[in-house]
Design a protein around this ligand. Structure first.
Ligand code: NAP
Length: 529
């Protein structure tokens, strides 16, 4: 099992450092974008305040195929999850648009694979520079369409851009091998070549970074891509297309076909079964991942699957409570609990249990502020939609009906239908839904345990394994537990584990393959002897 360890050995993180108050402007008024090249025919209708004043060039509503902005026969609405305000109508691509995008990507592949690694590197670097130049606008797009607090949206833009920067560097470091064969006078050469066109399907919770983590690697390797972003968050994917074009990435290398949830199944099937597509790269739920694996099986395509998790967060008796609480806040409440690596289950040893629960509750009350992502000081935005709120509510009600205690929070937030109070539950047991289903919301359930063996058994008693965290000051225990956790990534005295330099991915039903790091580009390369 390949596991990436993150170690933080000492020193408590300052409480609150994860969610410092936003210093950016509160929501601006006005509904008109700044002058600039006009968006496509399907005009944006009434921006939420946070999009006011953005460059119109970045606010695209058409699909981007073969370097051209193309409308579709239908459009679908995109809403601000905080206010419900309409952000705009976006091209609702169907099967024919999907096939056209694959053709454009395939034609572009035939020349892109011949472009030198140095030139690919330089174009990716230009794309990265443009992301950084436009970081404020790109962050506002993320907050508007996903509800993520603006401070976190800025963080995502850097994280996202860094994948382009990283893979611009990796593009020039793809090496082959010379192998000494059993025959004295023969040597074998191994080349690495791009796999071809990649179908890229991404979720709404990181509308920008989940795209560049795949596309940066693919484009660096010499592949071309067709991206289907999530229905809720197409604007970030389309803004990236505008910047790719400005950077000089050739037409057809990066294509985007937004579509409504109604069309997702057919569009997904069209791009994932097309014979011109060689690779499927998906981030999203395990359920959808399995559907796409079926598509891949029928036409024997390469796959990368970044799927759901159920991260355990273990606090051993030897842990530093302040450090564990800071890590718990960071790993649980980033993006209002809507990340695949968010802690889903807190396992706390009996000796430290009461102190941890008390300090965690106090820290939550002090540091977590629910509000519109554009408002200064907000650390907890809305959930993506009401269905997500219903799931959190269901998990809380189920746990309480089976004996859990609400320490803080526990109900919908008065701000609106997509908001839920940050919630801490104690006396949680393993028969409760929240301990074996991904909540994907601001709920921290605490299970008390006695021994290390018991904690590991609970942590591993699931068919997924993406991230895991634990807090301990005992070096022998640190190695033991890190090696025994059945996950792809471990945070040791650390609650934030994502970085472009490190491999990201899971074991069991959390996925196949690794993204980012020096390994990420291999997902888009074939070996040829
Ligand atoms: P999802 O429902 O699986 O959707 C992800 C993407 O797949 C969206 O673009 C969606 O389109 C599309 N899709 C849905 N059904 C499809 C189908 N039958 N064929 C083709 N495409 C289809 O996941 P989600 O709820 O948006 O995202 C949350 C999940 O993603 C969580 O489980 C989380 O853990 C996981 N995630 C994993 C990672 C990781 O790196 N491991 C990172 C982030 C998130 P629509 O939007 O139109 O439905």
């Amino acid at each position: 099992m390949a596991t990436c360890f993150w170690l933080r050995s000492c020193g408590a993180r300052r409480l609150g450092s994860t969610f410092p108050g936003c210093r950016l402007h509160p929501r601006a008024g006005g509904l008109v974008p700044a002058p600039g090249p006009a968006p496509g025919p399907a005009q944006l209708r009434g921006y939420a305040g946070g999009l006011a004043g953005l460059s119109a060039a970045l606010l695209r509503t058409d699909s981007f195929v073969g370097g051209r902005w193309l409308p579709a026969a239908a459009t679908f609405p995109v809403q601000d999850p905080a206010s419900g305000a309409a952000l705009g109508m976006v091209a609702d691509c169907g099967v024919s648009e999907a096939r056209a995008a694959v053709r454009a990507a395939y034609e572009a592949f035939c020349s892109w694979r011949e472009v030198s690694a140095k030139e690919r590197s330089s174009l990716l670097r230009k794309w990265y520079n443009l992301m950084i130049q436009n970081k404020d606008d790109l962050a506002r797009i993320i907050t508007a369409e996903s509800g993520k607090p603006l401070k976190e949206a800025h963080g995502e833009i850097f994280y996202s851009a860094f994948f382009l920067e990283w893979f611009s560097e990796e593009a020039r470091r793809v090496y082959g091998d010379i192998i000494y064969t059993p025959a004295k006078d023969k040597r074998a050469l191994v080349l690495k070549q791009p796999v071809g066109v990649a179908a890229v399907i991404t979720p709404w919770n990181f509308p920008s970074a989940m795209i560049t983590r795949k596309v940066g690697a693919a484009v660096a390797a010499g592949c071309t891509v067709v991206v289907k972003p999530a229905e809720d968050t197409p604007f970030s994917a389309l803004a990236l297309a505008e910047l790719a074009s400005q950077a000089g990435i050739p037409p057809g290398v990066y294509n985007v076909i937004p579509c409504s949830r109604k069309n997702a199944k057919e569009v997904g099937e069209a791009i994932c079964t097309d014979p011109l597509v060689s690779k499927i790269s998906f981030t999203g739920s395990t359920t959808t991942g399995k559907i796409l694996l079926h598509h891949a099986a029928n036409s024997v395509k390469r796959v990368s699957m970044e799927l759901g998790g159920l991260a355990p967060f273990i606090v051993f008796d030897s842990a530093n409570v302040d450090q564990a609480v800071a890590g718990a806040l960071a790993s649980k409440f980033r993006n209002t609990g809507q990340t695949c690596v968010c802690s889903n289950r807190f396992l706390v040893q009996r000796g430290i249990h009461d102190a941890f629960v008390k300090a965690f509750a106090e820290a939550m009350k002090k540091n977590l502020h629910v509000g519109n992502g554009f408002e200064e000081g907000t650390t907890q935005g809305p959930l993506i939609n009401e269905k997500a709120v219903e799931k959190v509510e269901k998990h809380v009600n189920d746990a309480v009906s089976k004996g859990a205690t609400i320490v803080t929070g526990g109900k919908r937030h008065h701000l609106g239908k997509n908001f839920f109070e940050p919630t801490l539950l104690s006396n949680v047991t393993q028969d409760m839904l929240c301990t074996h289903e991904e909540t994907f919301g601001p709920l921290a359930p605490v299970i008390k345990f006695d021994t290390e063996e018991e904690a590991i058994a609970i942590a591993n008693a699931t068919d997924v394994g993406l991230a895991g965290y634990f807090y301990s000051q005992d070096p022998a225990q640190i190695w033991r537990v890190a090696e025994q956790l059945e996950v792809g990534m471990v945070g040791v005295n650390e609650g934030l584990i994502s970085s472009v330099e490190c491999p990201f991915g899971g074991v069991k039903q959390s996925g196949l393959g690794r993204e980012g790091s020096k390994y990420g580009i291999d997902e888009y390369l074939e070996l040829k002897k």
